[in-house]
Design a protein around this ligand. Structure first.
Ligand code: KMH
Ligand code: ZN
Length: 279
């Protein structure tokens, strides 16, 4: 029997740039760990992976050769849509973040404004946003617009009005909620943000940082959205219960999705949804 078509895009964000390996040894920071994580998460129902990489000392890096090798390894060993982070870490200079597209990912994150990020600042000035957007159009990389705040939703209207649609014509957003400095990870904030999205948006997902992970996932499912989860965003399954493997987080949202009668998309279905270029 052929399985029903998937209608739930699950993205895994397994590593991030802000947690250290010494604080969390189970964080996948080497290429071997990342590939193993990607394979297990695909088997659990993920269709896209949001990637930050680390150097040999497990520190965040945007080294283009290393990024290229990572994209190639993930393409060879999994079917996942490979999305590279252009956010990097809060310490990465803007010019290095633009170079991420040299690694030819399927997709790239593109944050729609500056955000206080705990005690740091995640810098995304308007000229950087427009440069990165035009580069993604030129290189035929599908952006995922990261929205940390309601103001970022307005900025997305401005970007699409001024520069047109992304490569492929689909507009996919991810609400990143619960960052200290961004919008809260609440149902009310999610509804306000989703109701304010531009009409051109064709799909959206949401992720809740830390303890907002479950409320945001439930709110997103009930509003018809897709989901992102992973150790970039949350390190515990419940108070005092550490995540041992990213696949646990994917399995959990697949279960939530199943209760909501949503079926995980395959990577091929995700490629179709996002109109990813065949490379
Ligand atoms: N590490 C955060 C400062 C992205 O990947 O595009 C930014 C971030 C967003 O993770
Ligand atoms: Zn990220």
């Amino acid at each position: 029997m052929t399985p029903p078509p998937g209608d739930l895009l699950v993205t895994v964000a397994p590593t991030g740039a802000e947690t250290s390996k010494s604080d969390c040894p189970q964080l996948p920071t080497t290429l071997a760990e990342l590939v193993e994580t990607a394979q297990r998460c695909q088997a659990a129902g993920a269709a896209m992976i949001h990637v930050h990489i680390r150097d040999d000392e497990h520190r965040p890096t945007l080294d283009v050769k290393r990024l290229t090798d990572t994209v190639d390894a993930l393409h060879e060993r999994t079917d996942l849509v490979v999305q590279l982070s252009t956010g990097g870490s809060v310490h990465d200079p803007l010019e290095n973040r633009l170079k991420v597209l040299d690694a030819q990912p399927d997709s790239c994150s593109l944050t729609m404004g500056t955000t206080n990020f705990g005690d740091d600042v995640f810098l995304n000035p308007w000229p950087f946003i427009t440069d990165l957007y035009q580069l993604s159009q030129e290189r035929e990389v599908v952006p995922e617009f990261e929205l940390f705040d309601l103001g970022h939703v307005r900025a997305l209207h401005r970007l699409l009005d001024s520069y047109g649609l992304p490569y492929g014509g689909r507009v996919h957003c991810d609400l990143v909620m619960g960052v200290p400095g961004g919008m809260p990870g609440t149902t009310d904030a999610l509804v306000a943000a989703v109701n304010a999205l531009p009409a051109a948006v064709t799909s959206w997902s949401a992720t809740g940082i830390g303890r907002s992970t479950l409320p945001v996932a439930l709110a997103a499912l009930s509003k018809g959205g897709h989901l992102r989860v992973g150790m970039e965003d949350v390190l515990t399954l419940a108070k005092g219960v550490p995540v041992e493997h990213n696949a646990q987080l994917v399995e959990r949202v697949v279960q939530l999705g199943s209760l909501a009668q949503r079926t995980p998309m395959s990577p091929a279905e995700a490629r179709d949804l996002l109109q990813i270029k065949r490379r």
